[in-house]
Design a protein around this ligand. Structure first.
Ligand code: HAM
Length: 425
């Protein structure tokens, strides 16, 4: 049988897999500098964890969950997003609040696969639990944007909005429903349903007729209570102080039920229809709804596949920061192995090919591993206490004393720009 991967999934093989891991590592670094700590939580949860938080009327819960009963009849779901699992884990483990947490991993949504939308995808997320200040919203928004710029995505735009709170939303909702009812026949069937269950979500609809019908619709930002208005003004002032460019989008309501006040997204114009690189917002009621103490919170998640799509393609021939140790005869293998061990101890990635008995085969192995250079051990050079370094890109070969080889290789690796597991190409 010729096995193929399931629809909507991706394989990451070298060099793309290196780029994925390097991006996750970069995300961890950026997060740890801002005081976030890692959280690891299960890939599946009891289904109710998602229904209760993401919202029964959300597309995720209504159409996109991978749910199943296990052999003992438990109703379980592969995580479609991280926020509910993090909140559940924090409460279940009695993590002290406030806390700042970040995560990376696989998430699952059953939707029509297309460029930038997969059934299994990787998210990088942060959740700041227990911080109410509008300055935290801005700091969190900036964190995502800093990650994208350090990753090398130059066309990432930040879009922000406020959707109000428990106090001001009911009145706004009434106003919006009144407006939409007058235009019901212009709305698509999905939006007619949204009208009854979650009218704010109509702003999310991509349908052109719905968009036209909404042209004059009241928007949440114009109907905020004084608390929400001053919180949002604080977010915008802080974003300006941080010199983070942003634009306002009155229709940015986000597709999950738990948000209140600030919502935001990172968008790339190079991505086409699936243009959202990531998004998040405030969710001040979710922890309480999970049975915890009233705790304000804000966070975001980024789609790693989309981030990689927004970067230029990886050059498959780009050499790695890998040194290949090549031996001339069987008698030189033990010397070659000592050098191999020394390079690894010194933090230089190194390989050897024990199977290829001929020099030419060893060079071929080095080339197919995309090593940047070979160190040749044996012959007269070895008797002189030296070895040869061959640059695989230029073909140039130089003799180096064995005592200087680490220093020489370090210099070459730094110069060649073939960074270890680099995100950049
Ligand atoms: P979300 O907007 O549903 O938010 O997902 C965040 C990001 O994950 C999206 O902007 C997109 O880049 C990526 N993403 C979502 N679905 C897919 C897919 N099928 N294929 C590829 N990428 C995808 C959340 O998940 C919230 N939990 C974010 C959050 C954290 N809010 C507060 N804290």
């Amino acid at each position: 049988m010729k096995a193929r991967r399931p629809k909507g999934t991706l394989d990451f093989v070298p060099p793309e897999s290196d780029r994925l891991r390097a991006a996750e590592e970069l995300f961890g670094q950026v997060c740890r500098l801002a005081g976030f700590e890692a959280v690891v939580f299960p890939t599946f949860e009891h289904t109710e964890v998602f229904v209760k938080s993401s919202g029964a009327g959300s597309d995720i819960v209504a159409k996109e969950m991978y749910s199943f009963s296990d052999r003992a009849g438990r109703e379980l779901t592969l995580r479609p997003e991280g926020t509910p699992g993090v909140v559940r884990a924090v409460l279940e483990n009695g993590v002290r609040l406030p806390c700042r947490l970040y995560y990376t991993g696989s998430f699952f949504r059953y939707s029509q696969p297309q460029k930038g939308r997969y059934r299994e995808f990787h998210q990088l997320g942060v959740e700041a639990l227990g911080e109410a200040s509008s300055r935290t919203d801005a700091e969190v928004i900036r964190l995502g944007s800093e990650f994208f710029s350090r990753l090398g995505i130059s066309d990432c735009r930040t879009v922000v909005n406020s959707i109000g709170c428990r106090d001001c939303r009911p009145a706004f909702r009434g106003l919006l429903v009144g407006f939409l009812k007058e235009r019901r026949e212009q709305l698509c069937t999905d939006c007619q349903l949204r009208l009854a269950h979650n009218p704010l979500r109509v702003f999310d609809c991509k349908n052109a007729t719905c968009r036209n019908a909404l042209a004059e619709a009241p928007v949440p930002r114009q109907h905020l209570c004084s608390g929400c208005a001053s919180h949002f003004a604080g977010v915008l002032a802080e974003l300006k102080r941080l010199e983070l460019p942003f634009s306002l989008d009155d229709r940015l309501v986000r597709g999950l039920d738990y948000y209140n006040r600030t919502t935001f997204e990172y968008v790339s114009d190079s991505l086409g229809a699936q243009d959202s690189l990531g998004g998040g917002g405030r969710y001040d009621y979710l922890i309480e709804e999970f049975g915890g103490p009233a705790t304000p919170a804000v966070g975001f998640a980024l789609g790693l596949e989309r981030a990689l799509l927004a970067l230029p393609e990886v050059d498959p021939t780009r050499r790695r920061a890998l040194v290949f140790v090549v031996w001339l005869t069987e008698a030189d293998i033990s010397e070659a192995q000592s050098l191999l061990a020394r390079l690894r101890r010194e933090g230089i990635a190194a390989r050897i090919d024990y199977d290829a008995t001929r020099l030419k085969q060893q060079f071929r192995s080095a080339d197919s591993a995309r090593a940047c250079c070979c160190v040749i051990v044996g012959g007269e050079e070895l008797m002189r206490g030296a070895c040869a370094i061959k640059d695989l890109a230029s073909g140039e070969q130089t003799e180096v004393r064995l005592s200087d080889v680490v220093e020489q290789l370090r210099r070459r690796l730094a110069l060649s720009g073939s960074a270890p597991a680099g995100v950049s190409r």
